[in-house]
Write a protein that binds this ligand. Structure first.
Ligand code: ADP
Ligand code: MG
Length: 320
């Protein structure tokens, strides 16, 4: 099969292109008309076999996840998804793999009206790189450098089940088959919190998506905003499977696990009710887990405000 036939067969989206896509797949570049008065939000994420997923990973779930992790970045910025490109290195043309991969990819793309406008296809070790384009009104993006002293710290959904699934795959934890199945769904099928990101426009100050673990990702907000924070570890929304584990495991996986793809954001305490209303509009649960403070560094406490001394490391590709 030629590269052209492959793209035609597997990477032509059924959902017709939105009007802002002036020219889609097939020319040297795609052409897109940016929305008037909006800023473009652009982000890329690469998934490498053996690094980000097991080489025998389910193709449909991989299609979902490759786009989901990118949409999660748009969500974390409060941006509306508009379009994406797909650069793909494939070891061979495996038609059943391609069919499944594209079904997983397009099911999520269609849900968010995000259109595939181009990409590149080459032979090589399996590698999936997606670039997403979205838009956001000026001054409303949830930037990492915008946390204010006194802000509440919030997190969406639940944390740590994806890390628990990984631990089960790696035989670091023993859990029941049913617990494994449920937590693995969190690992392979993250839900990008697009609706929440949009609902938080004009309310939240700073925001980030949790891909490498809460403390590491919140740490980026603290550093870029030149502030510190205290987290109440007993307020953390543990994943439903993780909640059945020992307390040390709960703390560790919720604070320093990866692959949660929840949003962590800050907002003024006076906007507490506004955040809850936004979360309700987005049908996404949120939990207040701490405070932004002037004193630099991150302090972990329990519900009695006693300091917790946990040794935790967030995931870093170049130090692990
Ligand atoms: P070029 O040689 O100019 O890079 P290609 O022959 O690689 O062009 O690609 C032809 C067209 O197909 C381009 O519009 C490109 O964006 C698109 N394309 C290539 N690979 C993919 C893919 N994996 N998904 C979507 N579009 C793709
Ligand atoms: Mg090319």
């Amino acid at each position: 099969m030629s590269e052209f036939e492959l793209i035609q067969r597997y990477f032509t989206q059924r959902q017709s292109p939105p009007s802002y896509v002036t020219l889609g797949i097939g020319d040297d570049c795609a052409l897109m008309a940016p929305s008037a008065g909006m800023q473009l939000a652009i982000s890329s994420d690469m998934l490498v076999a053996g690094r980000h997923f097991f080489p025998d990973a389910d193709a449909r779930m991989l299609g979902h996840k490759a786009l989901a992790v990118n949409l999660s970045d748009l969500a974390a910025m409060g941006a509306t998804p508009r379009a994406f490109t797909l650069a793909l290195a494939l070891p061979q043309v495996d038609e059943s793999w391609l069919r499944e991969f594209s079904q997983g990819l397009f099911a999520l793309a269609d849900r968010h009206h995000c259109h595939l406008i181009g990409g590149d296809t080459t032979k090589g070790p399996l590698n999936i790189c997606i670039t997403v384009l979205g838009d956001v009104p000026p001054h409303q993006a949830l930037r990492r450098d915008s946390a204010k002293v006194g802000d509440d710290i919030w997190v969406s959904g639940t944390l740590g089940d994806a890390r628990l699934a990984l631990a089960s795959y790696l035989r670091q934890q023993t859990i029941s088959d049913e617990a494994h199945r449920q937590s693995a769904a969190r690992l392979h099928q993250p839900i990008p919190r697009i609706e929440l990101g949009l609902a938080l426009r004009g309310i939240a100050h700073a925001g980030i998506d949790i891909s490498d673990g809460l403390i590491g990702d919140l740490g980026h907000i603290l550093q870029r905003s030149a502030v510190g924070a205290t987290l109440d570890c007993d307020a953390l929304p543990f994943g439903s499977i993780l909640a059945q584990q020992a307390i040390q495991t709960r703390y560790e996986y919720a604070l320093a696990g990866g692959d949660d793809y929840e949003l962590c954001f800050t907002a003024a305490p006076s906007d507490h009710a506004a955040v809850l209303a936004a979360a309700q509009r987005a049908q996404t649960p949120v939990t207040c887990i701490g405070k932004i403070e002037a004193q630099s560094g991150l302090r972990l406490v329990d519900k009695n405000k006693q300091a917790l001394h946990l040794s935790l490391n967030s995931f870093d590709h170049f130090s692990s």
